[in-house]
Design a protein around this ligand. Structure first.
Ligand SMILES: *Cc1c(COP(=O)(O)O)cnc(C)c1O
Length: 476
């Protein structure tokens, strides 16, 4: 017989050895998966697995004998188990953040204060006074209270809240400058993570970008020269995630605010991360030149915007704060209706603001992590290293390292910390990091040249125990 004909016959014979989906589902090892996947999913996974194996059986270079042995041993069941496991790991699950990046965008930025989370949970499960006046029983304004709390905290006239700071910027650009020109320094044409690029955002908001100055120097005279009949808005954007150093000149927000007033224009300052000083709370001055929201307001610009879930320490939201007239203009924009907060977020934001006003700002997890005492971090690291050293195959030692604020806040600020460097006898740092990400509970850590770094700064209450449990689960 011809070689090709023989190979074809061997493959046909191989395909005949496959169990049907019904037969496959009756295998005890498959039936045992019933507690971990719905019957529909199990059928889907078995069918997809057998299909993938048939595909491999048809490949020209398949070793028919070897493949037949695997089929007879039901080796495909391991792939069904993998699919079941992957499905169980999917979705939003709690993780341990041992990266030392406080506002880790990939891990959900600011973790909330327990009391804020409590309010959110109650609001989610019940009816709430979202848009109703309890005195009159009539329709009210949903973010009226948040507006008053923000005004009290920051000493401004009014405030409104939307879904995130990106939405806040779009709302302001659209309300103040749709169909007209917005003036922005070439040094502030920023991209904030992925798809938020200033020129594109302006186009989407329907305003024409008028660039002035250069990357490193933009003077007041540049703005003044750009103002014409089509100008509506002077914009300032904090370059959150990078810094220009050296021969640099910037125009201050107060100079811009004054020019806007002179020329009858609006002025708007996107400060990004929402650094605020709160009564009775430790200052965040370790963050260097990260703009302070209250100082930004004092510059006299009409409206300042910032994220609620960066340094501010609340749920994902964008706050627009400033003078009453301009804020009312934002509220009347048709876009506001599309960007307003839901009851759950509002509940969390309200409680976060109350905590800041009550002088309990230091209790907000992000602020507590940023201000963590280096001595306490060293103690935590030493204790963690001791526990990890008791696990077979692992060696751990405290090492001096740095943590970062994250989320593009203060990109050149490195906070001194003590991390734990972990090595495993058989696993390279990258493999260990992957095993921990896929482990139970999932742990995220920083891979360093010669080990895995665990930073105690970003561990929340109970996380040290969770982390040890995850390591223990790796020991055979
Ligand atoms: C982070 C940031 C944004 C986007 O804020 P989100 O809350 O992520 O939507 C916009 N502008 C600046 C300057 C920022 O730092």
């Amino acid at each position: 017989m011809d070689e090709r004909v023989r190979a074809g016959a061997a493959r046909s014979e191989l395909l005949r050895r496959f169990p049907s989906v019904d037969e496959a589902l009756k295998r005890p090892a498959v039936r045992a998966l019933a507690s971990r996947a719905t019957p529909e999913l199990l059928v889907e996974f078995v069918r997809a697995t057998l299909e993938a194996w048939r595909e491999r059986a048809r490949a020209a270079d398949v070793d028919a004998n070897e493949f037949a042995r695997k089929l007879d041993a039901d080796a495909w069941i391991a792939d069904v188990v993998l699919r079941v496991d992957r499905e169980r790991r999917a979705g939003l699950v709690r993780v341990v953040n041992a990266t030392g990046v406080v506002l880790h965008t990939g891990l959900g930025r600011a973790p909330l204060h327990g009391e804020a989370a409590e309010r959110m949970s109650t609001a989610a499960r019940s009816y709430v006074t979202l848009e109703i006046d309890r005195e009159t029983g009539e329709r009210g304004q949903r973010d009226e209270r948040v507006g008053r709390l923000v005004a009290r905290l920051l000493g401004c006239e009014a405030a409104i809240a939307v879904n995130n700071n990106a939405a806040a910027v779009v709302l302001a650009l659209s309300a103040f400058a749709r169909g007209k020109e917005t003036v922005l320094s070439r040094g502030e044409l920023v991209e904030i993570g992925g798809s938020f690029r200033m020129p594109d955002v302006m186009a989407a908001a329907g305003t024409t970008l008028r660039e002035v100055g250069t990357t490193n120097r933009t003077r007041l005279a540049d703005y003044r020269a750009a103002v014409g009949p089509a100008t509506a808005l002077l914009l300032k954007v904090h370059t959150s995630n990078y810094r220009v150093r050296g021969f640099v000149e910037d125009t201050s927000p107060s100079e811009l605010a004054e020019l806007a007033r002179e020329a009858g224009l609006s002025s708007f300052y996107d400060v990004g991360s929402g650094h605020v000083d709160a009564p009775n709370a430790r200052s965040l001055d370790m963050l260097g030149d990260e703009p302070d929201v209250r100082l930004a307001l004092e510059s006299g610009v009409d409206v300042v915007s910032f994220s609620g879930d960066k340094l501010f320490g609340g749920p994902q939201s964008g706050l627009l704060v400033g003078r009453r007239g301009p804020i009312e203009r934002l509220r009347k924009s048709p876009l506001y209706r599309a960007m307003r907060l839901d009851k759950v977020t509002l509940a969390g934001l309200e409680r976060t603001l109350e905590l800041l006003l009550e002088g309990r700002g230091d209790e907000l997890p992000t602020r507590a992590m940023l201000c963590a005492d280096p001595m306490r971090l060293a103690d935590d690291a030493a204790q963690l290293a001791r526990s990890l050293n008791t696990l077979r195959g692992f060696t751990a030692e405290p090492v001096a390292s740095t943590s970062q604020p994250g989320s593009g806040s203060a990109p050149d600020v490195f906070l001194p910390t003590t991390a734990v460097r972990v090595r495993h006898a058989a696993l390279a740092p990258n493999a260990l990091a992957r095993a921990l990400r896929l482990g139970e509970p999932p742990v995220f850590a920083r891979v360093h040249e010669d080990g895995l770094l665990l930073d105690p700064r970003t561990l929340l209450e109970g996380d040290a125990e969770r982390l040890l449990a995850a390591f223990r689960a790796l020991v055979p």
